[in-house]
Design a protein around this ligand. Structure first.
Ligand code: AMP
Length: 448
């Protein structure tokens, strides 16, 4: 389905053509028409599905339509937006300082990614100014950006609330309120900030909520923020992006064995760029140091680094000065670099959902990717949780000359399964894979 068929503003269509987008992804096909029709949305979709464009394009279209209608009447479009919002009294020609589109994201990195996407899609909208206010950055420049005015604001909830409390921002003009990766925002403890922020918005605003899941607290939040007739859009977890990612599981006897396998993986000439995930910041720094000493162009990325450093690392990755990034989960959420061909789980994620986010760093925008998990005996429960979540076994593979001594015991047949039905070779079982690139598959099974 083409973007023209949605009837999007020509300025957006031009920018999309320039960005090389020809067809809409499944989440875009469903979310764009529904949002254009004015509905609130509750969207569960995986990372890498094109969700950013799915929420930005309809909001930017409505912004463009409004500004051009006002321009035709001869008024400053921004005056009109503010007047309609019934906000403050302002002199004719004065510009509003309040955003019309507000996007909340859990992390600075994701906020920056959304901002970049907004600048790409909105490149031909002259009235559009994009700003972000995120934690961990100096207040001064963010305050200046707010004072200068911005029609689209991307913010992390904690810092936004800081600015609200200081009286530095007026949210009465917000017409489109977007929560991106809502589940992660709740994980990070932003629930109160989100509720307080939402309470300041006009009740008739449009709310678009995106989350990997809508269970528990995030479901309750959706119920309280979305209008009762909100449209529910669920993009299958086993969508086309997942299919583009080949997954392999390598059993490791110990740390030395794991390091040897990592060295073998990183020596692969097929790697364009790789992200290696660790469990902790200390492990990320230590591993990056070791790989640097071995001659790799590598850096670490985690929440313990100053924001300036994190930005430089991400820029180095985008500009391909770095071939390997060693990262922890939170910091890696916003990494959107299509040239990442390999993801390596050097440490298993604490939460099974993070596995899905990790592997989603590769296989982006229709490209193929390889996700390799290096697991030790103590990781068996974490591997099970991941397979359970995905209703899918990760195919086991081995590297010639680096075969493990340790192999999990075969699974005992179980009389009864609880939960949703699984397909053959489902969770708890490790299927075989033909393997390539110096690895070969081998049928395996494992017990719980
Ligand atoms: P997201 O899920 O929003 O993080 O997007 C994942 C990646 O897909 C980003 O690199 C986008 O620039 C890219 N992308 C999004 N929509 C499309 C599309 N319709 N065609 C091609 N690439 C896209």
């Amino acid at each position: 389905m083409s973007f023209e068929s949605f009837g999007l503003d020509s300025a957006l269509l031009g920018a999309l053509a320039e960005a090389g987008y020809t067809t809409a992804t499944p989440v875009q096909q469903q979310a764009i028409p529904a949002a254009l029709a004015g509905h609130d949305l509750r969207v569960s979709s995986q990372t890498g599905s094109g969700k950013t464009a799915a929420f930005l394009l309809p909001c930017l279209h409505q912004f463009a339509a409004q500004t051009s209608a006002q321009a035709a009447k001869g008024a400053s479009p921004l005056d009109a937006v503010a007047r309609e919002a019934g906000s403050r009294k302002r002199a004719p020609g004065a510009r509003t300082t309040g955003p019309v589109i507000l996007v909340l994201t859990p992390t600075r990195e994701l906020a920056q990614q959304v901002m970049r996407a907004a600048r790409t899609y909105g490149a031909r909208l002259r009235a559009l100014r994009v700003a972000s206010i995120v934690g961990g950055m100096p207040y001064g420049p963010q305050l200046q950006a707010l004072r200068a005015g911005s029609e689209l604001l991307v913010a992390t909830p904690g810092r936004l609330w800081d600015f609200i409390e200081r009286g530095a921002i007026d949210l009465s003009s917000v017409k489109h309120f977007i929560l991106d990766e809502a589940d992660r925002m709740l994980d990070m403890g932003f629930i109160d900030d989100i509720r307080k922020i939402a309470a300041l918005l006009r009740p008739e605003r449009q709310t678009l909520m995106f989350s990997a899941t809508f269970g528990g607290a995030v479901g309750r939040l959706a119920q309280s923020l979305l209008k009762p007739d909100a449209q529910v859009i669920a993009i299958s977890e086993k969508g086309p992006d997942r299919a583009a990612i080949e997954q392999r599981l390598h059993w490791a006897d110990d740390l030395r064995h794991k390091d040897a396998m990592l060295d073998r993986i990183l020596a692969d000439a097929d790697i364009d760029q790789a992200v290696v995930f660790t469990r902790t910041q200390i492990e990320a720094d230590g591993l990056a140091r070791r790989l640097f000493e071995e001659g790799h162009s590598v850096a670490s990325l985690h929440g313990g680094l100053p924001q300036g450093m994190r930005n430089r690392v991400l820029q180095g990755l985008r500009q391909r000065r770095l071939r390997v990034l060693v990262a922890t989960d939170v910091a890696a959420r916003g990494i959107d670099v299509p040239t990442i061909t390999h993801v390596v789980n050097y440490g298993l994620p604490m939460k099974a959902e993070d596995y899905v986010h990790r592997i989603g760093r590769t296989g982006r925008a229709g490209r193929a990717g390889l996700a390799l998990t290096l697991a030790e005996r103590r990781d068996i429960p974490a591997v099970h949780r991941v397979q359970q979540l995905m209703s899918q076994a990760i195919p086991v593979a081995e590297m010639p000359g680096l075969e493990p001594r340790f192999r999990p015991r075969p699974e005992q047949p179980r009389a009864k399964r609880s939960g949703p039905p699984h397909r053959k070779g489902g969770p708890g079982r490790f299927a075989s894979s033909p393997g390539n690139n110096g690895t070969r598959g081998r049928p395996r099974a494992v017990g719980r």
